[in-house]
Every structure is written in structure tokens, then in C-alpha cells.
Design a protein around this ligand. Structure first.
Ligand code: F6P
Length: 319
């Protein structure tokens, strides 16, 4: 039987993490379980940055972006000795089990702790939407809204100036933010890890659109694919468009979570606590076809991301 659980956020923050922290805290407390907020991810876990939570600790946060717990990346947590040091700290504080909110690195940390005897449940919190075992991660919907509204604004100005905007969006190695926003904004070109990048092809396509009288163009690119500044210069040389690069950057990670992210985070937080109460650890929760599900974290870590072929087909048919 568990008496005290910890909750932490790790990796890049995402809007909706606070709603998940709140759900974990409130649902544990109402089951008579004590809750400890662990600050700054696995770094705080190892350093003992523990804050006892009551219901008021998580008041007025459901609508707030970021994470009240703070976040950090700790690559050293791959080292079993560091994991053991973390387990000792948790035991010293009487923490029986843990909810970890974050992306794949966070899941690996949660899996390692479970293997060392501390049951952990992973909640997918990242704007990248790159976690298998769930249709959506917490924060993706909000980030997508931010990207969409930024590209809408860029469209206004680029169409007034016969420009081609090359917009770099986040996603790490996942093209979801790019393909969803490209469809939502009516972009002309999308470049993602799934599409690959053929510079000549893209320039030819833009040249063609230019030749048939398209006044402006939007190219959405997943980060780490292309140097968007030099690519924008090439567009200026190769077409009559003035190529301009915009890197949206960390603005995509901020902002108040959408309704959808708040509800998703709350449902996943409640499920995580239910699993821990049932004595289950080493699982990652997710949403699949509107059903809240759980899968072993080690399997999730080995799985490939869902194919988006249908979305790319939809995009190509509506360019
Ligand atoms: O994983 C979320 C994410 O925002 C990625 O999209 C991006 O590649 C990375 O984090 C940026 O990390 P940092 O904020 O540490 O530079």
C-alpha cells in the first residue's frame, strides 16, 4: 500500500503540465495519499528538492503555462549509480512511488527508477507529440495553436510584400507541429523528418508557384532539418519572392494551455494515481481513440512514432 507519492516534471516544459500536477495531487490527496512536489526534475530528485503539497499548493494553476515545479534535463540519470542515489533520497523522504511528467528522457528515468524498486508512472508532457502509446501529448494542442496563430500573422505580411516565409517550428525529430500547422495554415511546402529535404525540389516547386501567379508562399520546416536563413536567401535568388526566415523558438512552449490540453492532463493525472494505488508501476499513460490507456514504459521507449502518411496525403491534395 502506498502512503506518499512524489510528482515531478522533466525535460522541456509544456503547457498543461501544471494541470497534470494538480490532477495528480488532488486525486492522491482525496485517496488519503500524501503528495510531495519534487522541484527541477531528476536533478531535484537526486538533490532532495522536495516540497510537501496540500490541496492549496496546486490552486489556480490549471490555466497556467510552464510548470510550477520547474524542469531540468539530467543526462547523468542514465548512470545506475545516480539512479540509486535518487532512490535513497526518495526512501529517506518516505516516498513510495512517483509520477513523472515529460518526454522520452523522462520516461527512461521513470523506467530506471521502477527497475530499482520505486514504482513510477509516466505522463506524456511535451509539445513535440513524439511519444508512442498516445495519440496526443500534453502541450501539443496549445503549441499547435501558437504556431498556427504566428503563421497566420506571417501570412498577412508576406502576402503584402510578395515574400516567401520560411518558418522553423520545434518538434525535435518529430514533424507533427509542422504538418498539422502546415495544413491548418494552408502552407505551400512542409519539410519534416518524414518528408526529408531535397533543396532543388523545393526551390522548383516555389519557382512554379511563382510562375503561375501565387503572390506569396509559406514553407513550414521542422527544426534541425535546414538552415532556414540560408535557405531563405536561396529562395530570393531562385524566384522573384523575397525569402524571409522566421524561427518561432521557445514562444511555442509558453502560454496558457488550451481546454483540450487541460482536460487531457487532468484525465492522465487521475489515471496515473489510480495505477499507483493499484500497485502498478513502470507504465506510461496515454490517450488512444479517447480512451485513457497504459502501456509498459520500456515498450513505449522502444516503439516507433505513429506514421502520419494520411496527413501528408491530405496536405499534398490541398496545396
Ligand atoms: O522537447 C521539447 C523541445 O521544445 C523540442 O521541441 C526542442 O528541440 C527542445 O525541446 C529544445 O530544448 P531546450 O529548451 O532545452 O533548448
Amino acid at each position: 500500500m502506498i502512503r506518499k507519492i512524489g510528482v515531478l516534471t522533466s525535460g522541456g516544459d509544456s503547457p498543461g503540465m501544471n494541470a497534470a500536477i494538480r490532477a495528480v495531487t488532488r486525486s492522491a490527496l482525496c485517496n488519503g495519499i500524501e503528495v510531495v512536489g519534487i522541484r527541477n526534475g531528476f536533478l531535484g530528485l537526486v538533490n532532495g528538492e522536495y516540497v510537501p503539497f496540500d490541496r492549496n499548493s496546486v490552486s489556480d494553476i490549471v490555466e497556467r503555462g510552464g510548470t510550477i515545479l520547474g524542469s531540468a534535463r539530467l543526462p547523468e540519470f542514465r548512470d545506475p549509480k545516480v539512479v540509486e542515489a535518487g532512490v535513497e533520497k526518495l526512501k529517506g523522504f518516505g516516498i513510495d512511488a512517483l509520477v513523472v511528467i515529460g518526454g522520452d528522457g523522462t520516461y527512461k528515468g521513470g523506467n530506471a527508477l521502477t527497475q530499482h524498486g520505486v514504482n513510477c508512472i509516466g505522463i506524456p508532457g511535451t509539445i513535440d507529440n513524439d511519444i508512442p502509446g498516445t495519440n496526443f501529448t500534453i502541450g501539443f494542442d496549445t503549441a499547435l495553436d501558437t504556431v498556427t496563430s504566428c503563421i497566420d500573422k506571417l501570412k498577412d505580411t508576406s502576402s503584402s510584400h510578395h515574400r516567401c516565409s520560411v518558418v522553423e517550428v520545434m518538434g525535435n525529430k518529430c514533424g507533427d507541429l509542422a504538418i498539422y500547422s502546415a495544413i491548418a495554415c494552408g502552407a505551400e511546402v512542409v519539410i519534416t523528418p518524414e518528408t526529408g529535404y531535397d533543396e532543388e525540389d523545393v526551390l522548383d516547386k516555389l519557382k512554379y508557384l511563382d510562375s503561375i501567379g501565387k503572390n506569396h508562399a509559406i514553407v513550414v520546416v521542422t527544426e534541425k532539418m535546414v538552415d532556414v536563413n540560408s535557405f531563405a536567401n536561396k529562395i530570393s535568388e531562385y524566384t522573384t519572392y523575397s525569402g524571409r526566415a522566421t524561427i518561432l523558438g521557445h514562444i511555442q512552449r509558453g502560454g496558457s494551455p488550451t481546454t483540450s490540453d487541460r482536460v487531457l492532463a487532468t484525465r492522465l493525472g487521475v489515471k496515473a494515481v489510480e495505477l499507483l494505488i493499484a500497485g502498478v508501476g513502470g507504465q506510461a499513460v496515454g490517450i488512444e481513440n479517447d480512451i485513457i490507456t497504459a502501456h509498459p514504459i520500456d515498450e513505449i521507449c522502444k516503439m516507433k512514432a505513429t506514421s502520419r502518411k494520411e496527413l501528408y496525403r491530405v496536405f499534398e491534395k490541398t496545396v
